[in-house]
Design a protein around this ligand. Structure first.
Ligand code: ASP
Length: 320
C-alpha cells in the first residue's frame, strides 16, 4: 500500500475511534498569542489593531468549532487572520533577515494522532500555516524547507505572492539598523480544543529581525515551538528560538503535565523559568485537556487572547 494512503487510513481510524471513545461533546476553547516582547515602541493605534485582530481570530476559531469544525481548522483559520495582518511578525508582516529578505517558518500539529507538518525558510507563500497543514495531510514527511517547500506549494495550487506583498518600510529599516533585540516580536500561535476533545496547535513567524539567511527558529520545530497531544496539552511558543529549541519548550511542558501530573500553569511556569535562567526571553500559550489555559511569559508583555464555552473572551497585551 502507498505510504500516503496507509497514513490517511491510519489517521482516519485513529480519529474515528478516538471520537467514538470521547462520545460526550466537550467544552471548546481557543488560546492565541501574537508574540512576546516589550511592545514599548508601539503606538496606541497599533496596540488597538493588535487587540482587535486577536479578538477576530479568537472569534473565528471559536465559531468554527461551535459549528462542529475541528480544532485543526480553528488553528489554521485563526492563524491566517494574523498572517494577513502586517502588525504581526508572520506572513505579511514578517521581519527581514540580515540580507534584507523575508524568510518564514510555520508548523501545525494534530493532537489526535501526533501528526505534524512544518515549513521553514519560505519566501513566497502567502499563508505559511496552510502549507504546513498541506505537508501534514498530503505528504509522508513532516518538514520541508525553502525551494522544496515552495515547490510543494506550487504543486498544491496554494496562493503565492511576490516579495512586494510582504514589504514593510519600517521593518526593513529595523533590519538595516542591525537591530537584534527587537522590542516588537509578533510571532503568532494558536492552540484549540474542539468538541471531540481533539487538541491542535500551530505557530507561524518571520523569525527574528536580522537573522542570518537560512536560520531556522523554534516555530517550525515540533516539540520546540509547537506541540499537541490529546488528553495532555497543546502549546505554542514565542521568543528567542534558539533557547526554545535547546530546551524543547513545548514538549517539555506537556511532559511535565503527562508524567508528573502538574497542572497547566505550573508546568508552563517551570519551563519559562528555566528559559529565563538561561538568559532567554519568551512566552507560551498552553491548553490542558479540559481547555484550561496558561499564558506565561518572562517579557514585560505578550499579546494574547482566550475564548471558551462560557463565551468569555480575554484579550491582553501587558501584565495584569
Ligand atoms: N520564536 C521565533 C524565532 O525564534 C521568534 C519570536 O517568537 O519572536 O524564530
Amino acid at each position: 500500500m502507498l505510504p500516503i494512503i496507509k497514513k490517511t487510513l491510519t489517521n482516519f481510524l485513529l480519529f474515528f475511534f478516538s471520537s467514538f471513545l470521547i462520545s460526550e461533546p466537550k467544552d471548546i476553547s481557543i488560546v492565541i498569542h501574537g508574540g512576546a516582547g516589550w511592545f514599548s515602541s508601539m503606538t496606541e493605534e497599533e496596540i488597538k489593531g493588535i487587540e482587535s485582530a486577536l479578538n477576530k481570530a479568537a472569534d473565528l476559531g471559536y465559531e468554527i468549532m461551535l459549528e462542529g469544525g475541528t480544532s485543526l481548522d480553528a488553528v489554521e483559520k485563526a492563524i491566517i487572520i494574523l498572517e494577513n495582518n502586517p502588525l504581526f511578525n508572520a506572513g505579511k508582516g514578517s521581519v527581514y533577515t540580515s540580507e534584507l529578505k523575508q524568510e518564514m517558518d510555520a508548523s501545525i500539529m494534530d493532537g489526535s494522532n501526533l501528526d505534524a507538518g512544518a515549513v521553514a525558510s519560505i519566501t513566497s507563500v502567502k499563508n505559511p500555516i496552510t502549507l504546513a497543514r498541506y505537508v501534514m495531510e498530503n505528504t509522508e514527511h513532516v518538514m520541508f524547507s525553502s525551494i522544496g517547500a515552495e515547490k510543494i506549494a506550487k504543486e498544491a495550487g496554494l496562493e503565492t505572492v511576490s516579495p512586494s506583498y510582504f514589504y514593510s518600510e519600517e521593518k526593513l529599516e529595523r533590519a538595516k539598523k542591525k537591530i537584534k533585540a527587537d522590542t516588537k516580536m509578533g510571532t503568532v500561535g494558536v492552540v484549540a480544543i474542539d468538541s471531540f476533545g481533539n487538541i491542535a496547535a500551530g505557530t507561524s513567524t518571520g523569525g527574528m529581525t536580522n537573522k542570518k539567511p537560512g536560520r531556522i527558529g523554534d516555530s517550525p520545530i515540533i516539540g520546540a515551538g509547537t506541540w499537541a497531544e490529546n488528553g495532555v496539552c497543546g502549546v505554542s511558543g514565542t521568543g528567542h528560538g534558539e533557547y526554545f529549541i535547546r530546551l524543547n519548550v513545548a514538549k517539555e511542558i506537556c511532559v511535565l503535565m503527562k508524567y508528573q501530573n502538574l497542572e497547566v500553569k505550573k508546568a508552563a511556569q517551570i519551563v519559562i523559568d528555566r528559559l529565563a535562567a538561561m538568559g532567554a526571553d519568551g512566552g507560551v500559550i498552553v491548553l490542558d485537556n479540559m481547555g484550561v489555559p496558561a499564558m506565561v511569559f518572562n517579557t514585560p508583555a505578550m499579546a494574547r487572547a482566550y475564548k471558551n464555552s462560557t463565551d468569555y473572551t480575554f484579550v491582553k497585551i501587558y501584565r495584569d
